[in-house]
Ligand binder design. Structure first.
Ligand code: SUG
Length: 457
């Protein structure tokens, strides 16, 4: 599409953060996610978690970035328990699950939809042949608690990005291991500016089909979540051509060290790709493929193993940062507080990032510890959607953060959330009731209509 056809050149990135749900807890559900595995069983503080998320959103809004918000999901998912054979009243279903299958109860209570980087893959309109913004909710089939998310995610995205002339919604990929899809966490768009034509880097952990793929290097300890076939299918759905895509295999040793998504070891924005030496199996080939396709010079910012070990990368979540564009062409990196607590990581931030020849001019530290204990840093908590001014004007609902919405959401959290949630509290029928009341009110605040199973009947 030519610029004449598309007069709207004011493209901006909107970060849609997931609001942490009232059942946020530590259940140790995610194999290969070191933080989740080591914090399972701890007492969580859902109120603090939600307020930390809202504080991050507000800080970025105040700094001039466009900030959106996506609602949490209905948990406990009693429908999932019923599908697994638990019957009777809601109280009985919860009590029986708590007694017979406590790990299943924990899974259906997870507030994991807060990590909206896994909600979907998004292609902005300048890259799509039909000039619309394309969405595919991720099937998240690699874990039961996350596999429960895509149905509601699809409804929420369709409710907000409602205008069919501007937004296209694709079906979730078949929820089977061959098409295992974890969404935007394994997808990076590189472009000159947000409104320029982009190149899409899809990072996968394994190949499902193809002769000889079983001989490819594979992780030995932890599962590879994303498949090449899933990434290719999403690119196909969105109409991306070969000249717009690069598919790169994640380094199996990184997966075995706890890098369960690419966004735990790399982050891109505009023409900048900040990555760890061990991010890609074929580092040189990946950069070369990107350079061949990009119409603007790639700016790689490489962090070598000798500066930051894989263990420190995973422990600090340095790469799970938000890299944001500023009007003067500089970029701001929003890192989790854990980076400051790690000496070699913090030194790398000063010497390598801030003092290096790259556009990163500022590092902002945010405390999202409640989410971090489950392996969710600042970048996990947000879904990036690049939108033109008209597309932003076409958003339905009240989902772009301003002071009034921030105030209402903060008061809503303070009204409804507990400040203590231990695994044994998940069977409390009062928690399920409190959650429904809170979510019903929230869908009113956000003006998104009926998106929850309890509202759909
Ligand atoms: O899928 N943790 C999430 C964290 C997702 C982070 N997202 C990105 N990297 N984009 C996961 O592993 C843990 C839940 C628990 O153990 O209670 C969890 O699901």
């Amino acid at each position: 599409m030519s610029d004449q056809q598309r007069p709207d050149r004011d493209y901006r990135e909107v970060n849609f953060d997931g609001l942490v749900g009232p059942t946020h807890n530590y259940a140790g559900l995610a194999l290969g996610n070191v933080a989740s595995m080591s914090h399972g069983g701890l007492v969580a503080n859902p109120r603090e978690a939600a307020l930390q998320g809202l504080a991050k959103m507000k800080a970025l809004m105040d700094a001039g970035y466009l900030q959106g918000v996506l609602p949490p999901q209905q948990r406990p998912d009693l429908g999932a328990l019923r599908a697994l054979g638990f019957t009777g009243s809601d109280e009985r279903v919860l009590a029986r699950a708590a007694g017979d299958a406590p790990q299943i109860l924990r899974a259906v209570c997870s507030a994991s939809s807060m990590w909206t980087a896994n909600a979907a893959t998004v292609t902005p309109s300048p890259d799509a042949p039909d000039g619309r913004v394309h969405f595919t909710p991720a099937n998240l089939q690699s874990s039961f608690h996350r596999f429960l998310e895509p149905a509601t995610t699809g409804r929420v995205l369709a409710a907000i990005f409602r205008d069919e002339a501007r937004f296209a919604h694709h079906p979730v990929l078949p929820a089977t291991p061959a098409f295992s899809d974890e969404g935007a966490a394994n997808h990076t768009r590189l472009a000159g500016g947000h409104g320029d034509a982009g190149v899409h880097l899809f990072v996968y952990g394994r190949e499902a089909f193809g002769w000889g793929s079983e001989t490819l290097p594979a992780p030995k300890r932890f599962p590879a979540r994303q498949t090449l076939e899933a990434s290719q299918a999403v690119a196909r759905q969105h109409g991306l051509a070969e000249s717009q895509t690069v598919f790169a295999q994640q380094h199996p040793e990184a997966i075995d060290a706890g890098v369960f998504h690419n966004d735990v070891i790399a982050v891109g924005n505009g023409p900048v790709l900040l990555y760890h030496e061990m991010a890609f199996l074929d580092e040189a080939g990946t950069l070369e493929a990107l350079r061949e396709r990009m119409s603007t010079p790639l700016i790689p910012v490489r962090i070598p193993l000798e500066a930051v070990s894989l263990e420190d990368a995973v422990g600090s979540y340095l790469f799970n940062s938000q890299l944001l564009s500023n009007p003067d062409g500089s970029m701001t990196l929003v890192v989790p507080g854990e980076c400051q607590e790690n000496e070699s990581v913090w030194r790398t931030v000063q010497d390598h990032l801030l003092a290096g020849a790259n556009p990163i001019g500022e590092v902002v530290v945010k405390d999202v510890k409640q989410s971090m204990r489950n392996g969710g840093g600042p970048a996990c908590l947000r879904l990036r959607v690049v939108l033109g001014a008209e597309e932003r004007g076409a958003l339905a609902g009240r989902v772009l953060l301003d002071d009034a919405l921030h105030g209402e959401l903060t008061a809503w959290v303070e009204r409804h959330y507990r400040d203590r949630l231990a695994p044994e509290d998940l069977a409390d029928p009062a928690l399920a009731r409190e959650t429904l009341v809170a979510l019903d009110e929230l869908s009113g605040i956000l003006e998104i209509g009926s998106v929850y199973p309890f509202q759909l009947g």
